[in-house]
Write a protein that binds this ligand. Structure first.
Ligand code: ADP
Ligand code: ASP
Ligand code: MG
Length: 406
């Protein structure tokens, strides 16, 4: 088999942990498999680097920021290659550009266009374990790019796809994908198998165990992904093509996202095309909106609310205040302390009344719902951040989510 193994920040967080990773990769190799390893920066390193930049420039230039944060992974690939050699194996470290991980030029959120597998195949052919830096790539002009937080997952799946690997193993600090974040829901259970589609929703709604783009790539190229613990040998979670959901399972997982904020424009004069005028300036600076709610106009004016990443709030507010002046709206207000709680499950397609039940469960705890969105397999509610963790536990319990996972 050809196995791609990815180790996250905690898994390479110390010299001892790096030695353990080296032993695991070698064990797989010695069992007769071909192995490629992808690693993240050591735990806390990417945050430390971002913080340094922040101290020098509040809004650092994105190209320079990518040059900076990509260094975290350079340290861990070299240390791991040394550790594998120290254990008697053959290993060579590679940075993103050395194995031709080509991306677009969207610094700090670049997308992988293409991975040229030749260098890696050559190394594997020489009995090496190639150790590849996650999170980074190179654009057409030769600039270093990074793939967004958690991007090593995507590096791993893209490399697995390019090599036609049999499996992409994502080693992390939990035993697999859980029915809710085990850090906030003690009753959460490990899910044995989950479809790409459900995993995509969970990842995009706040379950950071896999970066969303890694799931997109896995689904597109049908890469089987095995999410498992780097601390033990237990089976983790297999992320695979769609399976018939179990009869009784309506909700597969519950997520909490605390990365968004909300802007409300009050008393916006109503006319055809006004929404396009409001959102154009946000789109032109690359701010991605999530939910949008519009109240019906009264006396020719309406309120418009939308959510956007907290990191973009200051810039979004500045743009909206300027626009409100030009359009003669009454006021612009914002709220940073919101959270989005979501329930996800393929089973929702065939069950009625799921949203209703979610609203009931939240209402019983006195949690106000500020905004709602739904898709075929999920329902999301924006609530006050204070109630976020409580809401997760209440929904997990109310839908018996942990009981069916296995
Ligand atoms: P790594 O450094 O290995 O990439 P991450 O911190 O990015 O690890 O992702 C693992 C973390 O994701 C876990 O420690 C856990 O707290 C969090 N998490 C959130 N939701 C889930 C979930 N549904 N299942 C498993 N882990 C989750
Ligand atoms: N080191 C990067 C981060 O902290 C990438 C990753 O860990 O996947 O986001
Ligand atoms: Mg991660």
């Amino acid at each position: 088999m050809l196995v791609v193994q990815k180790f996250g920040g905690t898994s390479v967080g110390s010299v001892e942990r790096i030695r353990a990773v080296a032993r695991r990769a070698l064990l797989t190799k010695r069992a007769g498999h071909r192995v490629v390893v992808i690693v993240s920066a050591m735990a806390g390193e990417t945050d430390r680097l971002l913080n340094l930049a922040q101290q020098i420039a509040p809004r650092p230039d994105r190209r320079e920021l990518d040059v900076l944060v990509a260094t975290g992974e350079q340290v861990s690939v070299a240390l791991l290659a040394l550790a594998i050699r120290a254990e008697g194996g053959l290993a060579t470290s590679y940075l993103g550009h050395q194995v031709h991980i080509h991306t677009d030029s969207a610094f700090s959120r670049a997308r992988i266009h293409h991975v040229d597998a030749n260098t890696l195949f050559t190394a594997i052919g020489q009995d090496q374990i190639p150790v590849v830096a996650g999170f980074q790539g190179i654009d057409d002009e030769g600039n270093i790019t990074t793939l967004g937080r958690g991007g090593s997952d995507t590096s791993a799946v893209a490399v697995a796809a390019a090599l036609h690997a049999d499996v992409c193993e994502i080693f992390t600090d939990v035993d697999g994908v859980y029915t809710a974040d085990p850090a906030i829901c003690p009753d959460a259970r490990k899910i044995a198998r989950i479809s790409y589609e459900e995993m995509l929703e969970l990842a995009s709604l706040g379950a950071k165990v896999l970066q969303i783009r890694s799931v997109e790539v896995a689904s597109k190229y049908r890469v089987p992904v095995h999410v498992r613990s780097s601390f033990n040998d237990e089976e983790g979670t297999m992320v695979v093509g769609e399976e018939a959901p179990m009869e009784k399972v309506v909700v597969t997982g519950v997520t909490l996202d605390r990365k968004d904020s909300r802007i409300t424009i009050r008393g916006l004069p109503y006319r055809a095309g006004i929404q396009a005028e409001v959102f154009r300036p946000l789109g032109s600076v690359g701010i991605v909106l999530d939910m949008i709610v519009q109240n019906p106009p009264t006396a020719g004016r309406m309120d418009l609310s939308f959510t956007l990443p907290r990191a973009d709030l200051a810039q979004g507010l500045e743009l909206m205040r300027k626009l409100a002046g030009e359009l003669d709206a009454h006021e612009v207000v914002s709220d940073e302390r919101i959270a989005k709680v979501s329930i996800v499950g393929l089973g929702m397609r065939s069950h009625a009344g799921v949203a209703q039940r979610m609203f009931d469960l939240l209402a019983r705890e006195g949690v106000d719902i500020l905004m709602i969105t739904t898709s075929e397999i999920r329902v999301s509610c924006v609530i006050d951040e204070r109630y976020g963790e409580l809401a997760v536990r209440v929904l997990h319990d109310g839908f018996d989510v942990g009981k069916h996972a296995g």
